[in-house]
Each structure stands twice: as structure tokens, then as C-alpha cells.
Design a protein around this ligand. Structure first.
Ligand code: GUN
Ligand code: ZN
Length: 439
């Protein structure tokens, strides 16, 4: 039987992607085609260049989509979010530990019900797509059915999703504490069922050091080491009260990071959210082990946690990806997240460039999660995930962009004034998964 002809798709737009970190490699890190053409073959990137160069050679069977006047870039990657916290986003008045007790734990207990989990996971994935996010690393809850629900929702939409069973066995309501051995066995079953199935990847997920006894952290370290390609995600040094509490719980540790280090929880594909209250020794250890930081600016401002020092992390060689941290984070939009990242930098005396902001939401995030061979750029063979941004999506944005003299200024206006309204379409592996309704 003849093999079917490959599906060829071409998209004409202003195309932007990164091939390196602009803070380190400068202008050579950015590729821009003002009138560009992105070509996908069977959902993967096969060519990128100027439209004038590529259009004449495009076979007649190719499906051509015209996005001229819009900016097309790799789909955003959210390095850290909590899908079960969708319904407690914007819960007022507390800092981390009391916010968890008052809002988060009661909400997460509801995910014992698979119907709640499935409905929420579907809404969450749709909201990511509406905001141009095509890949994410997310927390579920302690319930295996909640992990199943998110993997299932992402698979139905073709999205790249990393998630795992949240591990908690102390300092939480009884309904959310699961015996370490049982949770480990549940995790093994989920890894066997989901890790490497399509675009699903499993992450060993100890919530934070305060909710896991040493035995559970040791089992987590064993699970992380036992399964090649499995990820690890947790929280680290977000809030001063939390840091002091962890020091009491683990009196022998040099630092909060050292607690995780002792249990084998650092390494490539390990991501720690926040890392606000860390020191240079911690940064050196994160860099040496290849562990990454998820920078969550809207969350850090909302919970009053502190100002993450992105410059110190980067200059000391730590991989950093941007993240919403929904529901402590206040927006699903990576554009809103970039804007708040800029403001956090300003309060710390550092001006984040728009190049860096977009890098940390695309290739930088992919590098943090170690998925840069698959997504985050338009390198040949990468999965065809992209977002189409409309620089005229609101009257104010259109007016400001009309005054911009170059792309850098346009990008800065887009990240400062843009939100979900700027997302005209989101494509996942060559399939349109979100299209903004016509005005
Ligand atoms: N630390 C432990 N759990 C959480 C959580 O759910 N959200 C945030 N922001 N920090 C945490
Ligand atoms: Zn979080």
C-alpha cells in the first residue's frame, strides 16, 4: 500500500524565535523574519525563512495560512502551575502558609472526585490555549484520578504536559495526607501508564519540604533516579516563614535547598518554583546539578513572598523558566507574567529586556524543563506549536505599537499591555486548537 503524502502547512507572518539566551549571546540569539514563512511537515518544523525565498518552492499541495501583520512565535511554556487551584485564583488576604490552609487545601480535597478533576482539567487546558500556552509543567493533587484527568485533558488537545502525583504525608489535613509507601506505589503505576505516552511526561512531585517526612523525600529521590527521563518538581524558599519552618523541621540541613539535595532531588529535569530566599551557595549547587528555577512573578507579588533575583540566577548559570503558578499566580497569560517579571526586576534594580522576557517564556523555559529538543523554538524537527499574536488587539496596544520604532519596542509594548486578547490563534503540532472569535 502506498504511504500517504506528508501534510505540508505554511504560515506567513512576522516570525520570531530564539536560538540562544539573548542575555548571554546578544543579537545572535534572536531570529526574526519580518515577512516570514514557517513550514511544517506532518506537524513538525521543516523550514523557516523569508516568505520571498520560500514561497516559490512551496508545493501546490501545501496549505498556506496568511497571518501577515501578526507576530508568530513558539507556543508559550508555563514551567509551573497548579490546575486544581483554578477555582481559588484571586483569593485575598493571606501569605503562603495561611493561604494554603484557608483556600488551597480545602479546594484540593475536592479532587478526590474524578468528575471535579476532569471538568477542571479541561477548563484549565482550554485556558492555557486561550493564552497561547502549548506546554506546561503542573501540579495535580494527591489523588491519582486528578493526575489522570490532567494527562487526559492535555492528550485530548494534543498538548505537551508534565505532571505527577503530589506527595504529602504531614502538616496537612488528613484527607490530603497519603502514606509514603502507598503514594510511591501509585506514582509507579502512573509512570507506567503515562510517562512517554505521546507528549505526556511524569514529574515526581513532593509538594515542598514541610509536607513530606524524610522517608517520603527519600522515596521521591529513589523514584526520580529509577526512571530515565522522569522530571521532578517542587517549591523552594518562597516565603520567609516557610524557610524558618523548614529549618526547624530539618535542623541538620545547611539550607532549604540542602534538604532536597540530601535526598537526591536535584538534577537535570528538576524544577524548583520560586527560589527567592536562597544564597550564592544554593545557586552554585542548582547550576552544578543542572536543576532549574521556575520564576513566578505574579504569584510572588500576590502572596507578598519577595523579589526573585533573576540576574543572580542567570549570571551564576542556573536555568530559569517563566511560570504563572496559578492559583497563587493571578493570570494564565504569559504576557501578563512577563510584565510582572519586568516589574519585579525593576524593584530589584534590574531591567529585564523584552528579548529576555520572551526568551524565558519560550526557549528558556524549554531549556529549564529540558524539553528544548522538542519545543521552545522553530529548530528543524521541533514540534509545530506556535502562538499568533495580534499587535492591534486593543485600541491602546495598537496606538502604542504604531509609535514603536523597532521590534524591541513592539515586544515591550506587547508584554506590558497585552493579555489573552492579544492571542489570535494557538496551534499545537500543526492543529489550530484556539482561534479568537472575530470582533
Ligand atoms: N508551597 C507549597 N505548596 C504551594 C502551592 O500550592 N503554591 C505555592 N505558591 N507555594 C506552595
Ligand atoms: Zn506552586
Amino acid at each position: 500500500m502506498a504511504t500517504p503524502a506528508p501534510r505540508l502547512q505554511a504560515f506567513r507572518a512576522s516570525v520570531l524565535h530564539f536560538v540562544d539566551d539573548p542575555a548571554l549571546a546578544g543579537a545572535a540569539a534572536v531570529v526574526v523574519h519580518e515577512d516570514g514563512l514557517l513550514v511544517l511537515t506532518d506537524g513538525r518544523v521543516s523550514a523557516l525563512g523569508d516568505a520571498s525565498a520560500l514561497l516559490p518552492g512551496l508545493p501546490p499541495a501545501a496549505e498556506l495560512t496568511d497571518y501577515r501583520g501578526r507576530l508568530l512565535m513558539p507556543g508559550f511554556i508555563d514551567c509551573h502551575a497548579h490546575y486544581p487551584q483554578t477555582d481559588v485564583i484571586a483569593s485575598a488576604g493571606e501569605q503562603l502558609l495561611s493561604w494554603l490552609e484557608r483556600y488551597v487545601f480545602p479546594c484540593e480535597a475536592r479532587f478526590a472526585d474524578a468528575t471535579v478533576a476532569q471538568e477542571t482539567a479541561g477548563f484549565f487546558c482550554d485556558e492555557l490555549l486561550r493564552n497561547g500556552t502549548t506546554s506546561a509543567q503542573c501540579f495535580a493533587t494527591v489523588h491519582p484520578q486528578a493526575v489522570e484527568a490532567l494527562f487526559g485533558a492535555a492528550e485530548a488537545r494534543g498538548m505537551r504536559m508534565t505532571t505527577g502525583l503530589v506527595l504529602m504525608d504531614r502538616n496537612a489535613p488528613p484527607a490530603l495526607c497519603v502514606d509514603a509507601e502507598l503514594a510511591h506505589a501509585q506514582g509507579e503505576a502512573l509512570i507506567a501508564r503515562w510517562h512517554g505516552r505521546g507528549r505526556a511526561r511524569y514529574a515526581v512531585t513532593p509538594r515542598f519540604a514541610a509536607t513530606s517526612p524524610p522517608r517520603q523525600l527519600a522515596l521521591a529521590g529513589r523514584q526520580f533516579a529509577a526512571h530515565p527521563g522522569v522530571h521532578l518538581q517542587s517549591h523552594l524558599a518562597e516565603n520567609r516563614g516557610e524557610v524558618a519552618w523548614v529549618a526547624e523541621l530539618f535542623p541538620g540541613a545547611r539550607s532549604y535547598l540542602d534538604v532536597f539535595d540530601r535526598f537526591g532531588l536535584l538534577g537535570e529535569r528538576a524544577t524548583y518554583a520560586h527560589c527567592i530566599h536562597i544564597d550564592d551557595a544554593d545557586r552554585r549547587r542548582l547550576a552544578a546539578t543542572g536543576s532549574a528555577i521556575a520564576f513566578c512573578p505574579t504569584s510572588n507579588l500576590f502572596l507578598g513572598s519577595g523579589l526573585f533575583d533573576i540576574d543572580a540566577a542567570r549570571t551564576q548559570g542556573v536555568r530559569v523558566g517563566l511560570a504563572t503558578d496559578v492559583g497563587a499566580g493571578t493570570s494564565f497569560s504569559m504576557l501578563r507574567t512577563m510584565s510582572e517579571a519586568y516589574k519585579v526586576g525593576q524593584l530589584g534594580g534590574f531591567a529585564l529586556s523584552p528579548w529576555s522576557a520572551f526568551y524565558h517564556a519560550t526557549l528558556g523555559a524549554a531549556r529549564a524543563l529540558r524539553i528544548e529538543d522538542s519545543v521552545g523554538s522553530f529548530a528543524p524537527g521541533c514540534e509545530g506549536d506556535f502562538v499568533v499574536l495580534d499587535p492591534r488587539s486593543t485600541p491602546l496596544l495598537a496606538r502604542r505599537i504604531a509609535c514603536a520604532s523597532d521590534l524591541e519596542e513592539r515586544l515591550f509594548a506587547l508584554m506590558t499591555l497585552g493579555d489573552d486578547r492579544a492571542v489570535e490563534a494557538t496551534w499545537v503540532m500543526g492543529e489550530c486548537r484556539y482561534r479568537r472569535e472575530a470582533d
